[in-house]
Design a protein around this ligand. Structure first.
Ligand code: GSH
Length: 78
């Protein structure tokens, strides 16, 4: 299994930061573009990624099978 990075984001100032970083690092990732709509961001599926119901959120599947979920653009950049 390869490392997998999945970024859940939207076209907004906070939303664009993480894709820019991943592009600069040359990391392969999947971009999931979401609507800034409570009907999307307040679903149980999205709230399991970010309990605040805001983009961006990152899901990182490690080669070990471990899944790491990170939210807040600054935390993801770190
Ligand atoms: N401090 C957060 C702010 C995230 C944030 O405010 N995201 C906005 C878009 S830029 C959002 O998801 N808005 C939808 C909502 O609040 O319902 C971060 O830097 O990640």
């Amino acid at each position: 299994m390869n490392e997998e990075f999945e970024i859940f984001t939207a076209r907004s100032p906070n939303g664009i930061k993480v894709p820019i970083m991943l592009e600069e690092l040359g990391v392969d990732y999947s971009l999931r573009q979401l609507a800034l709509d409570p009907a999307v961001l307040h679903t149980p599926a999205f709230l399991s990624l970010n309990p605040n119901g805001k983009i961006p959120a990152l899901r990182h599947r490690r080669t070990s099978g471990e899944e790491i979920r990170v939210f807040e653009s600054g935390a993801i950049l770190l």
